[in-house]
Design a protein around this ligand. Structure first.
Ligand SMILES: Cc1ncc(COP(=O)(O)O)c(C=O)c1O
Length: 375
């Protein structure tokens, strides 16, 4: 194993959202999608240097040129794609960014398409903007996007936007390039902008599998807003910084106009942490992927040994999506909590008979989770 990832940090003193839910109870939390790993040493050092300097006044993100350069270099390293700096738009988190995008692109009463199952703030985004939420599920043994349903929804006159989560949260599925191209063609033909939440795209666990960013496809270049972040990958989500890749100048202008005055600038700590992680965290990143792969394989094998539980191996993310219908329990969450395990309830993702376990934790903690589920 790897000492960087075996170390138990003890997060309660940091007011970790994940740990506060079960504070004072003997329940191991494995719900919120952040990791239990210390961010890489160069990131910690950069944050220390910044605070030691002492001046934490305004920093206008577009003037922090090394930040955009770090994103450009990272995208080249990860996807072999070279983009110009003006495509990078700093955002104060992916959730605010997809909400701002909805605000930029839609009028109340119109339709917003989302695929299911999905991350709860994506499922509920339509409510924030008085839109009609139209869901598209997955079909067939391959669990592909339901293109028939997409055709119906995207073809509506009142449909201007769709939010996609790729790789998918909660099931860790990576959308195939051909499917994304087909979706892109449909969006293009219908004047729909794809809001592509790719926050988990650096966490591809399946060897040989490649993530295709929306902005990298001809079919989507001019009608997509790709949302990315170092938050999950480098465990700096609490710093509230992410970025959008918006190739089309008109869309960029609309995004910025909708953000103006309601969205804070991306903050200095998060910007510096993101740039440092992308520039100096690559070795740590590769080692983390190996650790996560081993955790995934251990957890999935163990869960499938437990009567009533079934879990497919996620291609990406550090989240295991578990079908608990075999337990015969109406309230799956209580089944876990009684055993001292606190997953994300499947009902929050639109699937009450499922639970989601975050396995980005020291192996010892994962072993405790497995032992408790086995009891
Ligand atoms: C798909 C997805 N999008 C967005 C977020 C949150 O992004 P942020 O913290 O940058 O708002 C999460 C966190 O779990 C997520 O899983």
């Amino acid at each position: 194993m790897d000492p960087d990832f075996d170390k138990v940090l003890g997060r309660s003193p940091n007011y970790s959202f994940k740990w506060r839910r079960y504070h004072g109870r003997d329940i191991v939390p494995c719900w919120v999608a952040d990791s239990e790993f210390a961010t890489p040493a160069p990131v910690r050092q950069a944050l220390t240097d910044l605070s030691q300097h002492g001046a934490l006044g305004y920093l206008y993100p577009d003037q922090y040129e090394q930040g955009a350069q770090a994103v450009i270099d990272w995208l080249q390293y990860r996807h072999g794609l070279k983009i110009p700096p003006e495509w990078v738009v700093w955002t104060p988190g992916v959730v605010p960014a997809f909400n701002i995008t909805c605000r930029a692109l839609t009028e109340p009463g119109q339709a917003l398409v989302v695929q299911t199952p999905n991350y709860p703030p994506i499922l509920s985004a339509h409510q924030n903007h008085q839109l009609q939420g139209l869901q598209v599920g997955l079909v067939g043994a391959e669990q592909q996007l339901d293109f028939e349903r997409l055709e119906q929804h995207l073809g509506r006159d009142d449909c201007r936007a769709m939010i996609l989560c790729n790789p998918m949260n909660p099931n860790g599925k990576v959308i195939a390039k051909a499917d994304l191209q087909r979706l892109g063609q449909m969006c293009e033909a219908n004047g729909v902008v794809l809001i592509s939440d790719e926050i988990h795209s650096d966490l591809i666990l399946e060897p040989g599998l490649v993530h295709t960013p929306a902005f990298g496809l001809d079919e989507l270049r001019d009608n997509s807003i790709t949302l990315m972040s170092a938050g999950k990958t480098f465990n700096i989500a609490g710093l509230g910084v992410s970025f959008a890749i918006i190739p089309n100048a008109g869309l960029r202008k609309r995004y910025k106009a909708a953000a103006n005055g309601v969205s804070p600038w991306a903050n200095m700590l998060g910007l510096v942490a993101t740039a440092t992680a992308f520039n100096d965290g690559r070795d740590w990143y590769r080692r983390q992927l190996n650790y996560l792969r081993a955790n995934r394989d251990y957890l999935i094998a163990a869960l499938n040994q437990i009567g009533g539980l079934k879990a497919a191996s996620p291609e990406a993310t550090y989240l295991a999506w578990i079908d608990c219908s075999g337990l015969g329990q109406e309230d799956v969450q209580t089944w876990f909590e009684r055993r001292g395990v606190g997953p994300s309830p499947g009902r929050d993702f639109g699937a009450p008979q499922f639970a989601r376990i975050n396995f980005a934790c020291p192996r010892r903690q994962l072993e405790t989770i497995v032992a408790r589920c086995s009891n």
